[in-house]
Design a protein around this ligand. Structure first.
Ligand SMILES: *[C@@H]1O[C@H](CO)[C@@H](O)[C@H](O)[C@H]1NC(C)=O
Length: 343
């Protein structure tokens, strides 16, 4: 809906047959990577909402495809590409460190993560509750330029490994490439706000799960930082105030959360997803795009909170921070779920 009104009409007419077969969103050519699509308000949850649970539906057949999940304690390696002010890094780092921090008050980021840990693989191992930020690489010099192709993202990861800024960590490592406000990435703002996949031995020397997320603040906040910015055609819908004071960063937090949930439950793109097409899988966060609270769906974020400054959020993290993060699909409820659910 955010990228093109006609998509929602198209989508509406063809559910449920189309829903599981393909995504109507543009994938920008061959969809060889899992994308977080812009226009994130038009997830399956919008179309299949029930009164009982947001997005609950018998039409969603999330399936397990026999591959592994990230079941060992997860070591995150952050790769900051381009000029990144420290003040902008801090909320993102705090969000990631909050995933396994049980000390934040409810509703918490750790409670949000507990829905992701409900997923297990054929060995009976669940997604790990423990997520660490193990090391960080800072590449302010734009060694691969100001405009990355999709494969360029893997080249940057290869550079960080070659420079020993981050180690090769088989089994536990997940690599997060975070591009600074001015850096453009192929399909960013058009087909993707973020994506996850795994690196190729031919480019990086190893098969390692990774995700990329970009700061959309100056490039396309109305596409990738909704609901902190809204497109002009959505007249009458007011933008929410970002809880950490930066539209691009607060939008990035939810996209990062989306990618973390999918990277962990589908790291090699052969574990948990719906649909028959592995080149365009519908994963656990795709099913709940645009849903941030009870009643969410169909263009409404759902019930969220406001702090004393009028900034919107739905969960708490470490250092007293607040975040607004989309919900994810619960395999137990067969519906979207988040820690701020009212029921
Ligand atoms: C592990 O996954 C199973 C389902 O596969 C679930 O029933 C169980 O609650 C999960 N355990 C934790 C600790 O989340």
């Amino acid at each position: 809906m955010l990228c093109n009104i006609s998509f929602s009409v198209f989508f509406f007419l063809l559910i449920p047959s189309l829903l599981l077969a393909a995504s109507p969103f543009p994938h920008g050519g061959k969809a060889t990577m899992k994308l977080t699509k812009p226009g994130s308000k038009t997830g399956a949850a919008d179309l299949l909402s029930s009164k009982r649970y947001e997005g609950s539906s018998d039409f969603v057949h999330l399936r397990y495809h026999m591959g592994p999940v990230l079941s060992s304690p997860i070591n995150l390696y952050l790769i900051w590409y381009g000029p990144w002010p420290a003040a902008l890094q801090a909320p993102l780092r705090d969000f990631l460190l909050s995933l396994s921090d049980p000390s934040s008050p409810a509703p918490s980021v750790a409670q949000w993560w507990s829905t992701v840990t409900l997923y297990s693989d054929q060995t009976g191992a669940n997604v790990s509750r423990q997520v660490n930020v193990a090391a960080e690489a800072h590449l302010p010099g734009l060694s691969r330029g100001n405009s990355l192709s999709r494969l360029g993202v893997q080249h940057v990861i290869a550079d960080a490994l070659a420079a020993r800024a981050v180690p090769v960590d088989h089994g536990r490592g997940a690599y997060l490439l975070l591009t600074a406000p001015g850096v453009t990435v192929q399909d960013f703002c058009r087909a993707a706000c973020g994506f996850h996949y795994f690196t190729f031995p031919s480019l990086v020397g190893h098969t390692l799960p990774y995700a990329w997320v970009g700061h959309s603040g100056v490039q396309c906040p109305d596409v990738c930082a909704y609901p902190f910015a809204v497109p002009t055609y959505m007249a009458g819908v007011g933008a929410m105030r970002p809880p950490n004071g930066d539209v691009g960063i607060d939008g990035m937090v939810s996209v990062l959360a989306h990618e973390m949930a999918e990277l962990s439950t589908n790291p090699l793109v052969n574990a948990w997803y719906a649909g028959e097409d592995p080149t365009a899988p519908t994963e656990i966060a795709d099913l709940c795009e645009g849903v941030y609270g009870s009643g969410g769906g169909g263009g409404y974020t759902g019930q969220v909170s406001k702090d004393e400054m009028g900034r919107s959020y739905n969960m708490n993290g470490r250092n007293g921070r607040k975040f607004l993060v989309q919900w994810v699909w619960s395999p137990a409820l067969k519906a979207c779920r988040g820690p701020n659910a009212l029921d």
